[in-house]
Design a protein around this ligand. Structure first.
Ligand SMILES: Nc1nc2c(ncn2[C@@H]2O[C@H](COP(=O)(O)OP(=O)(O)OP(=O)(O)O)[C@@H](O)[C@H]2O)c(=O)[nH]1
Length: 957
């Protein structure tokens, strides 16, 4: 040390010179002024003086601040949760008036003096002790609350919890009497800018005021909330920023906590799931819009509601059990019904809320009137499907069908007609479904086939129609110059034949249709493909039933007619009469002023045939018949059969385009490539143009007469369509069988007594098969039923015989024969095979078979009548009537009736017939006799006794 000027010393210690001078003076060092020098010894004296109790020199000169800071650690935790170590830093400041007593103690203590320093120090110690107690109490409270919050914030994942926690700074509110003054030395010890400043979450702690608390003094300082003690709780990953305000820092912490909580929810959904029972309460209790509430570690506070309201945007508070506030997930994730676990990203309304809404008004209204449904019905439909369409129970449909005499089950298919009937019976409306099926597809394809090709004139297709034996075949025969009629079995055409005839006047194609009623169906088909109809009427016979039918067909088809009055060569020919009858049947002939041409011909002599052909071509000309020639062919099947060695043979009438060998044909449900073609004379041909009939070989099976024919290019498509059609046919057949079987059930009682004639039909062509089947089925009566087991084209095979044997059927072989094996099988099994060439004979034979099965008719034949004249009593016979035979004879063996006033009062038999005490067998008219009636004792005078006989009479069908 060395001497130094007072001024310089004041500069060094940063104190006013005047103060230093005064201190020196107090220390007993006398100096002359600021420029005076003081020695090192004087300096020591001054220091000793200061150490003895004098306050250090301060700028204010009247205040002393004691500041202390202590840091401690405590572990908090609740329940089974792992404890958490929290650093607690306590900062303590105490202000004293320098050189004077503290404000609070001013009344108790004397002004500061060197002698009073000890008592002042003791006072300070007491104050510090009280404040420590208050502080510790505050810390305890705070610890408790942290524990409570730990419970509430259980959903915060452990990872979050385990993040090192910054110290919790508990800054107790000091007594207002103590004023904080920061001295330079203290600031040097506790710099304001600590390297890591804890982020503070405000928590209000009510600090009890010290007992000796003096009058409050406004507390200055940076805390914006004066009475709030701050406790810092930091979350991992959040770096405090000194530049942020406390509120901003709080927001950062809140946001971080929310993110952590949300990610924790995703990671551990089962653990963070709120208790389901809380959900309704949450919804009910919360007045805040939950959808906007983010995840946040909630702040436990006793602050006023107004403060809560201010913090809404960052809080999601819902009262939990015991009024505790709980951590919440956003409304979208917080349905309160997370029984299935997992997270839910979308909002699901509380079902109870939905229910409550739904309960406001239920959706069902009782219909005021019966609902009439309008449905479309396909070709076949299963009962259950129909019920579904009508929205009724299947049992209702079954019941309705039972009432209609059909018994069905839920899984059975019914045909379209039946389904429509049932639907209408049930009060609904039904119409056949317009199916966009193969037909529509084909129609479109046919259109494509024809379009774009040049149409050229084509020959007319002529159908000859008329009554039986009116000369159709003879006419065709004459035109073709061949004797077809002579070769025909029984003189009746059995199937449709198509013939293409070149005449001097041009080419004409004839369809020869049979005249028998059994072929109506085929004739109708013929009318559909024909351009002109020749209505042939025998001049000697006139208009007959089939003539009328032909007229109907022609009119229905809209096909022009040409009337040919045949057999004009015959003696009884009366063409005028025929014209009159035609007029009556709405055929307005030219001869009678109409537009229908009439030609009188003789198929026998050829008279008028040329005129007929001329007329036909004239009519065709008027019609301007054209067709594309180069297009792929379309047409119709006229007839089809299966021939030995040739397979399926179909007579096809080409209507458009040209049919060639090798073409892929689709005929109804059959398809195949044209292997070979033949004309009507059996000559092979390579192609056939419009209106030309050809016999086609190569189909998979015999199609149905009338089937549409189309040439296809895609074999796969042809096969698909064919299969589709077959399926449809099967369904229809199956449905029809079910209905008929069900009908059988209801007539079973009758049917048990009803005889059956089982028949298996085999014929040469499909047309004959159909005709036979229809005719024979129509023979069925109430007592004898004709059942066609099966019907088909071709010869009789062993399998046919087996089937007939199994079903106890008679085989009708129409224009077909039996092979050797089948013959042997038939002989072995006793199967009856009958061969026919004429349909009438088949029908007659079956009728006689049916008649044989009929039980004979029992008729009552009158034998005699006796009049009762007297009534006697006999000990031996009881009552005996004395009678006179007035008519016929009375015979003892025959039954009798007792009549009174012509009313039968007893039916029985005779016990005895006597004549003069003798038993006789018979008593004739005009003879008296005694009659005892068996088991009857009430015969009176005036009654009549009639004797009759029961006779069995064989019946015929
Ligand atoms: N006199 C005479 N007889 C005829 C004439 N046309 C046909 N007949 C005879 O009448 C009979 C029946 O002739 P069809 O040609 O078989 O008669 P259809 O109409 O073909 O008979 P179905 O094939 O049974 O429908 C035959 O015996 C013919 O000889 C004719 O113009 N004059």
């Amino acid at each position: 040390m060395s001497d130094i000027a007072v001024k310089k010393l004041a500069e060094i210690i940063n104190a006013p010179v005047e103060v230093l001078l005064k201190q020196l003076q107090d220390a007993g060092i006398h100096v002359n002024g600021p420029d005076a020098w003081i020695t090192d010894a004087q300096k020591l004296t001054l220091l000793a003086h200061i150490r003895q109790g004098a306050a250090p020199v301060s700028n204010s000169g009247n205040k002393i601040t004691i500041k202390r800071r202590s840091t401690s650690e405590m572990t908090v935790g609740a329940g089974g949760q792992r404890g958490k170590t929290v650093s607690v830093e306590v900062r303590h400041k105490k202000n004293f008036a320098a050189g004077a007593k503290p404000v609070a103690q001013s009344t108790e203590h004397s002004p500061p003096a060197a002698g009073a320093r000890i008592s002042r120090t003791e006072e300070l110690a007491r104050q510090l002790s009280a404040e420590r107690q208050a502080r510790e109490s505050g810390i305890q409270k705070e610890t408790k609350r942290v524990e409570q919050r730990q419970e509430v914030t259980k959903i915060v994942p452990e990872e979050v919890k385990e993040v090192p926690q910054p110290p919790v700074v508990v800054e107790p509110t000091v007594s207002p009497a103590i004023e904080e003054v920061v001295v330079k030395e203290a600031e040097a010890v506790v710099p304001p800018s600590a390297p890591v400043k804890p982020v503070v979450v405000e928590t209000k702690v009510e600090t009890p005021p010290p007992a000796a608390s003096p009058a409050p003094v406004a507390t200055p300082g940076p805390a914006s909330v004066p009475e709030v003690m701050t406790a810092a709780v930091t979350t991992g990953g959040v770096e405090p920023d000194d530049n942020l305000s406390a509120k901003e820092q709080r927001d950062v912490v809140v946001a971080a906590a929310r993110e952590e909580a949300a990610s924790a929810l995703k990671r551990r959904p089962s653990k963070i799931r709120p208790k389901p029972t809380l959900a309704p309460r949450e919804v009910a209790d919360s007045s805040e819009p939950e959808a906007e509430k983010p995840v946040v570690t909630e702040k436990y506070t006793d602050a006023a509601p107004a403060e809560k309201t201010d913090k809404k945007p960052v809080k999601n508070k819902v009262a939990g059990r015991g009024g505790r506030e709980e951590l919440h997930v956003p409304a979208g994730n917080r349905s309160g019904k997370k029984k299935g676990g997992g997270r839910r990203d979308t909002f699901r309304p509380d079902p109870r809320q939905q229910n409550s809404n739904a309960n406001a008004k239920h959706g069902f209204e009782k219909p005021t009137a019966p609902v009439v449904k309008e449905i479309e019905i396909p070709t076949t439909i299963v009962v259950s499907e129909l019920a579904q369409k009508l929205a009724i129970r299947a049992t209702d449909i079954i019941k309705a069908m039972m009432k209609m005499g059909m018994m069905m089950t839920i899984n059975q298919a019914i045909d379209q007609d039946t389904a429509i009937l049932v639907t209408e019976e049930l009060g609904h409306k039904a119409k056949p479904m317009q199916e966009m099926d193969d037909a529509a597809l084909l129609a479109a394809m046919i259109g494509q086939n024809v379009n774009g090709y040049e149409a050229k004139p084509r020959p007319p297709v002529v159908t000859i129609m008329g009554h039986v034996d009116h000369g159709k075949t003879s006419l065709l025969d004459y035109i073709r110059k061949t004797r077809v009629a002579a070769g025909e079995a029984g003189g009746i055409t059995q199937h449709i034949g198509a013939y293409h005839v070149d005449t001097d006047h041009g080419t004409v194609t004839f369809l020869d249709t049979p005249g028998h009623a059994a072929f109506t169906k085929m004739r109708a088909r013929g009318a559909q493909v024909t351009d002109i109809i020749i209505l042939i009427v025998a001049a000697d016979d006139g208009v007959m039933p089939q003539t009328k039918e032909a007229i109907k067909h022609a009119k229905a088809a809209g096909v022009p007619m040409v009337v040919a009055i045949n057999k004009i060569d015959k003696l009884g020919a009366d063409p005028d009469k025929v014209l009159g009858e035609l007029s009556q049947n709405e055929v307005n002939t030219e001869a009678w002023g109409g537009d229908v041409p009439v030609v009188q011909i003789s198929a026998k002599t050829g008279q008028g045939i040329d005129a007929l052909l001329e007329t036909l071509l004239l009519v065709a000309e008027v019609q301007e018949l054209t067709a594309p020639v180069d297009a792929p062919a379309t047409g119709n099947v006229i007839e089809a059969s299966i021939e030995k060695g040739r397979g399926a043979v179909a007579t096809v009438l080409v209507r458009n385009g040209t049919l060639r060998r090798g073409d892929l044909l689709l005929c109804g449900a059959e398809y195949g490539r044209v292997r070979a073609m033949f004309d009507e004379a059996g000559r092979p041909v390579k192609e056939a143009g419009p209106s030309i009939p050809v016999a086609v070989l190569g189909l998979s099976a015999a199609p149905e007469a009338g089937d549409e024919v189309i040439v296809m290019t895609d074999e796969r498509k042809a096969r698909e369509i064919a299969e589709l059609r077959r399926e449809k046919q099967r369904d229809t057949r199956f449905a029809a069988q079910h209905v008929s079987k069900s009908e059988d059930f209801f007539t079973q009682v009758k049917a048990s007594e009803r005889a059956q004639v089982n028949i298996l039909i085999k014929a040469d062509v499909q047309g004959s098969v159909e005709a036979l089947r229809n005719e024979l089925l129509n023979l069925s009566t109430d007592e004898v039923e004709v059942r066609v087991v099966t019907a088909g084209v071709g010869g009789i095979s062993a399998s046919d015989v087996d089937l007939a044997s199994a079903s106890r059927a008679t085989i009708i072989a129409f224009n077909v024969r039996t092979d050797a094996t089948a013959r042997k099988t038939a002989a072995d099994n006793g199967v009856n095979i009958r061969y026919y060439s004429i349909i009438y004979e088949v029908i007659d034979d079956i009728k006689s078979v049916m008649s044989g099965l009929l039980s004979p008719e029992v008729r009552e034949v009158f034998v005699g009548l006796a009049e009762v004249r007297e009534v006697f009593r006999s000990s031996e016979l009881g009552q005996v009537a004395g009678c006179l035979v007035v008519d016929g004879a009375m015979r003892r063996s025959l039954p009798i009736r007792v009549l009174r006033d012509n009313v039968v009062i007893f039916n029985g038999e005779l016990e005895s017939l006597r004549r003069h005490r003798d038993d006789v067998k018979e008593v004739h008219m005009g003879t008296e006799c005694g009659i005892a009636v068996k088991d009857y004792n009430d015969v009176r005078k005036g009654d009549n006794i009639e004797c009759y006989e029961r006779v069995e009479v064989a019946r015929k069908i």
